[in-house]
Design a protein around this ligand. Structure first.
Ligand code: NAI
Ligand code: CS2
Length: 490
């Protein structure tokens, strides 16, 4: 039950009930929009947001502050239909990352105080998959990562999202306050469970009693989030200018939005079901469906298309062969791995995704989607592929995708021009390409042996490994057209 009426307004501003970590484009165009709708509908101002960046983008933090925390969201259904909203639910922006002089944590104490304030009952996160510092394949904390090691050494001056949550929860426990609920809104499988794992495993290294308290008292509901919100381009700003909106903090996304949330909020939550938030007992089927069908398709387009000079999702799905590949991947390789509630029509879902990808108002760059592949591929492709391979079924489209990812990580397009490979494992990729670049079999074997990305049982599947190698050869020798023709997707 949600009871928002008996909670005292004792936070710093009285209007802040939520602290958000990861003030990026998605937070501004998804969670904030739902909360704005809630506020407009109910007049309840207690769920305002203090939104913080822990890594980069101090410029956005300060620009929003200068703009009185108001900004615009443009939602495009297609090139003709647009909804423009002004959002005012962000009450404060903070920066706790490293500044230009190399100093950490400019607003860290304010952020920790806000997190420890009695009025804060919910903490939400969009810090990207890598912001949890988990082994992407196993979901275990990367305790040796230098950032986590620093948070273990100086826990009261945390730098990472898990470190900040642990320190804030420790302060609440010491003050005799109830904890807050932690809601991950990142594209991870079981994102609540993974966040819990990161926080508890980090807390265990600090204080057993604290970690037991967190385990017992803190709720980490899972959620499935969906709205395509590409990084802003000059063209997006120019188009908004034409509409009379001059807002450096504006964001642009598609009209579609979905938020499915596990209903586990012991400290209360906005009563936001009427605003489109779907409250359910189990998010997992929806999350897996979205990760494998939508995000898996995105990654296929990204690794196949970007090195060919195809710039955006829209451009990619304008090609019949890539649309055919996506349809086949979704229906033959992703959908059969899903256990959905009765009545779910996955063919209709696939069609709706293809229609969303064809939105000609979004400039969703394939290189943006290609970022952090090591963190994304286990949940998008590899866990599903493992299930299929174990059942003796082939995954030719996914094998082609994996081959394309391996090629992508070389950082050179078909013309030989270099592009940056943005991934926490980029230096490992470079080393493997340096060592095995001339030997496709050794290269594919070395990539499949990365057990923090590829489940070992999948790497050990001879038919899968062969399919990846064949696809890699066909891609590098015959190019995209040849590789798609070999799959009969031309
Ligand atoms: P963005 O690039 O605009 O913002 C990324 C945010 O993550 C920034 O606040 C940045 O400071 C933070 N961040 C990055 N690495 C971090 C780290 N190691 N530790 C702490 N914070 C870190 O990206 P955007 O669009 O906001 O997406 C963020 C995440 O939201 C995605 O990775 C995904 O999990 C989720 N999401 C995004 C969607 C989209 O279409 N943009 C849709 C659905 C989910
Ligand atoms: C994309 C997602 O960047 C990516 O990896 O696949 O951000 C995608 O746009 C969203 O999940 C859509 O909800």
């Amino acid at each position: 039950m949600t009871d928002t009426t008996r909670i005292p307004k004792t936070s710093g501003s009285g209007r802040i009930g939520i602290v958000h970590l990861g003030l990026g484009a998605f937070h501004r165009a998804h969670q904030a929009v739902y909360l704005e709708r809630y506020r407009q509908r109910t007049g309840d101002t207690r769920w305002g947001v203090s939104s913080a960046n822990l890594r980069a983008s101090v410029g956005l933090v300060d620009a929003l502050r200068e703009a009185g925390y108001r900004y615009h969201v443009a939602e495009y259904a297609d090139s003709q239909t647009l909804t423009l909203r002004e959002i005012g639910v962000i009450e404060e922006t903070l920066f706790s990352g490293r500044d230009a002089e190399g100093q950490w944590g400019r607003d860290r104490e304010t952020l920790l105080a806000r997190l420890a304030a009695p009025g804060t009952r919910l903490v939400t996160l969009t810090v990207t998959e890598k912001g949890y510092f988990l082994n992407p394949a196993s979901g275990e904390l990367l305790a040796d990562d230098p950032m986590i090691a620093a948070d273990i050494a100086t826990p009261t001056q945390p730098r990472t999202a898990p470190g900040i949550l642990v320190e804030a929860l420790a302060r609440r426990r010491e003050a005799g306050l109830p904890p807050f609920t932690v809601l991950s809104c990142d594209n991870m499988p079981d994102n609540g469970k993974r966040t819990r794992n990161a926080v508890i495993q980090l807390a265990e290294r600090r204080d057993a009693a604290l970690s037991e308290w967190i385990e017992r008292e803190v709720a980490f509901p899972c959620s499935m989030v969906d709205r395509i919100v590409p990084a802003m381009t000059e063209a997006d700003f120019a188009r908004l200018n034409e509409l009379g909106v001059e807002d450096p903090n504006a964001v642009v996304g598609e009209a579609f939005a979905q938020w499915v949330v596990e209903d586990d909020f012991p400290q209360g939550r906005p009563d936001w079901a009427a605003d489109g938030v779907e409250m359910v007992a189990d998010v997992a089927p929806f999350e897996t469906m979205k990760l494998r069908m939508l995000n898996g398709s995105h990654s296929l387009l990204a690794y196949l298309g970007a090195p060919e000079g195809i710039e955006t999702v829209f451009e990619a799905v304008s090609r019949d062969d890539l649309r055919a590949l996506l349809r086949r991947y979704m229906l033959e390789e992703a959908a059969p791995t899903l256990a959905m509630p009765e009545g779910t029509d996955l063919a209709a879902y696939a069609d709706s995704l293809l229609a969303r990808f064809a939105n000609d108002s979004l400039r969703h760059r394939l290189h943006q989607i290609a970022m952090d592949g090591s963190q994304k591929l286990p949940q998008r492709w590899l866990q599903g592929s493992l299930a299929r391979c174990e059942a003796g079924q082939a995954v030719p489209c996914t094998a082609l995708g994996l081959a394309a990812w391996i090629r992508y990580t070389a950082g050179r397009d078909r013309q030989g021009a270099a592009y940056p490979v943005d991934d926490p494992l980029a230096s490992r990729f470079a080393e493997l390409h340096g060592r095995h670049g001339q030997d496709p079999e050794a290269l594919v074997t070395a990539f499949l042996a990365m057990d923090d990305v590829v489940p070992p049982a999948l790497a050990a599947d001879a038919a899968f490994a062969e399919a990846v190698l064949t696809a890699y050869r066909s891609l590098t020798e015959q190019g995209l057209d040849g590789a798609l023709a070999a799959l009969a997707c031309s």
